[in-house]
Design a protein around this ligand. Structure first.
Ligand code: SF4
Length: 297
């Protein structure tokens, strides 16, 4: 996931009953919620855990939180799953990268919790958002959750880079109301330098979202020295512009809120010296997207 919005902790493990901010204001974010209220299944053998994740019966979860005005419309239950195939240099949640570090939670536990908030979702026009890490690392569980949500009239959102888009079946797309698609960079070269992976799967997933008419919000993180050249931004705009069902694009300024986690985990953090972009620089990037006719925030 790319979102750099900000959350705060609250009681009940529910981080971020935010004071609502307008949707058009992307704000810095790191996740900080816990697992309170969820009953983990940590006593299972590793092999059994793997089998159950594969079957969609168990999910490796980092945390969950209830938030307003981020991760989609209305008040949302956002679940951060563990595991990600990318290695973004700026990742603000490096503790989600390894699926084995997550807490094993029965998928039905998550479903029960979602149902508990249905009245809030209905009242606010919200729903659920599956995020990460990369949620498509656990496609079977996502498929079950989306099917369950749609059967219960709950709006669904998926926060993904699309790198594993091939794991998202047509049936899952049919149960998906909104995709928060992270386009990390516009060229293969910079995408690879920033994430260590390839851009092409994201482009292909964007095409599928467009063909399936799934509402899309593109997210783009502006990282000085990496993604901020006008050329690169135009390339991202080109990709986003091919999505017929594109609703909006958010430019999220790089921040240093994840730096301490890298140091705590003993991982090499290469962006120590990178300053967040100024508001003028962020606005200049937004202007380039707007020139392409993309509603940009
Ligand atoms: S490494 Fe994964 S979780 Fe971290 S920012 Fe990149 S896509 Fe998101």
């Amino acid at each position: 996931m790319s979102s750099l919005e900000h959350s705060t902790s609250a009681s009940d493990g529910v981080a971020g009953f935010y004071s609502p901010v307008p949707l058009e204001t992307p704000v810095a974010r790191v996740m900080g919620a816990g697992l309170s209220g969820l009953d983990p299944a940590d006593d299972l053998e590793r092999v059994e855990q793997a089998r159950m994740i594969h079957a969609g019966e168990l999910m490796s979860v980092h945390s969950w939180e209830l938030v307003t005005a981020v991760d989609g419309p209305g008040t949302r239950m956002t679940t951060f799953l563990s595991g990600c195939p990318l290695r973004c240099l700026y990742c603000h949640n490096p503790d989600t990268l390894d699926m084995r570090r997550g807490t094993m939670v029965p998928t039905e536990e998550l479903m029960e919790r979602m149902l508990r908030y249905k009245r809030i979702f209905d009242r606010t026009g919200g729903g659920i958002t599956m995020s990460g890490g990369e949620p498509l690392m656990q496609p079977a569980g996502i498929a079950r959750i989306f099917e369950f949500a749609k059967a219960n009239g709950i709006h669904t959102a998926l926060d993904t880079t699309g790198f594993l888009g091939w794991r998202c079946t047509d049936e899952m797309l049919a149960n998906l109301d909104l995709c928060l698609l992270d386009i990390k960079s516009g060229t293969e070269k910079t995408y690879k330098a920033l994430t260590s992976r390839e851009l092409q799967p994201t482009i292909e997933f964007a095409e599928r979202l467009s063909d399936a008419d799934v509402n899309v919000w593109v997210r783009f993180v502006l990282v000085p020295g990496y993604t901020d050249s006008p050329d690169n931004i135009r390339k991202v705009a080109e990709i986003a512009g091919t999505i017929k069902s594109l609703d909006r694009l958010e430019v999220l300024p790089f921040h240093q809120m994840g730096r301490d986690k890298w140091h705590t985990l003993g991982l090499p953090y290469l962006l120590d010296e990178v300053e967040p972009p100024s508001s003028e620089e962020t606005e200049a990037a937004r202007a380039i997207f707007r020139e392409s006719g993309i509603p940009t925030f």
